[in-house]
Design a protein around this ligand. Structure first.
Ligand SMILES: [Mn+2]
Length: 312
């Protein structure tokens, strides 16, 4: 972000994500960042509806080019801007009262941007809203590969709560609706306590590859991990990141923090795996930041850092 953009933010009180040009009307661009101000799918500890504001504020004044991971012999490899050609499309106008309505609005808005050829990055919002984006991008691209980084498998049966969709069920819906290609779905970071075996059995039967933090760290599984991550990108792909995948020491301000999570470096390694895909991901998201909860400031900083690397 240039000093001009920072000054503009100070003067107007508006803080587009990373200082990107603001456009609430869909138009052709490399990609668009869209806030999702809804947490109607959260079971406990709400607050993610305010995530987009916290993420934009945390991005104020940051450069849009991440530092390269390596400065070989002190000489950086200079490349194009990470967020070059991206827009901030503002927030998707979801209403706070109806998850069904919010899912339709997310689908319509993501669909309208995707029609112009834009890639989309959602700033959540709770994780149920990912389903709206998958429905829209499926219409555009057909069944998607999915790299799902999360402490939770998000494939629960909603019946326990009398609903089909909440922030722990969206992947089951996506698989049942055929939005994702189960041969190209990989989950990483899973570690939350389970109620029963049903959820993992469902995912296993579908053919989804599941990785716990310990599995990700096992050198004997490194080759398998590389193959699994590569498989996601053998066609149009989506990258969904629940911020609770990271350790709560780094990101405490999420609805369902689970101890024993991923480090920043481990999460970045997963995100960087997408760079080896033949085509860049068509959609991605950063979900579940709840700035009403303790530790929001630092959590938002970590999330923006991850966003920079997603766009790079
Ligand atoms: Mn999740």
């Amino acid at each position: 972000m240039s000093a001009d953009v920072l000054m503009q933010g100070l003067r107007t009180g508006l803080t587009p994500f990373l200082g990107l040009p603001l456009s609430v009307d869909p138009r052709p661009a490399t990609g668009v960042v869209l806030g999702v101000p809804c947490d109607a799918g959260v079971i406990n500890r709400p607050g993610a509806r305010l995530g987009p504001w916290a993420l934009r504020t945390a991005s104020m004044g940051l450069g849009a080019h991440p530092m390269p991971e390596r400065l070989r012999e002190g000489r950086p490899l200079l490349g194009p801007a990470a967020a070059h050609g991206w827009l901030d499309g503002g927030n998707i106008p979801t209403l706070p009262f109806s998850l069904q309505e919010a899912l339709e609005t997310v689908q319509a808005t993501v669909g309208a941007w995707a029609m112009t050829g834009c890639r989309t990055l959602l700033l959540g919002g709770d994780h149920s809203l990912t389903l709206g984006a998958l429905r829209a991008l499926f219409r555009q691209h057909g069944p998607l590969g999915l790299l799902h980084i999360d402490a939770h498998p998000d494939a629960a049966h909603g019946a326990a709560w009398g609903t089909e969709v909440h922030h722990g069920t969206w992947l089951r819906q996506a698989l049942e609706e055929g939005l994702v290609d189960p041969d190209r779905v990989v989950q990483a970071g899973l570690r939350a306590p389970r109620h029963d075996d049903e959820e993992l059995a469902f995912l296993q039967a579908a053919g989804v590859r599941m990785w716990t933090p310990a599995d990700l760290r096992d050198p004997l599984l490194a080759l398998q991990l590389k193959e699994d991550l590569a498989s996601v990108g053998r066609g149009p792909a989506y990258l969904s990141l629940d911020l609770d995948a990271l350790d709560p020491i780094l990101v405490p301000a999420v609805a369902e923090p689970v101890p024993g999570g991923l480090s920043l470096a481990e999460t970045l390694r997963l995100i960087h795996a997408a760079r080896l895909w033949p085509e860049p991901w068509v959609g991605a998201d950063l979900m579940e930041l709840a700035p009403t909860l303790d530790g929001a400031e630092g959590s938002a900083r970590v999330a923006v850092h991850l966003a920079l690397h997603l766009l790079a």
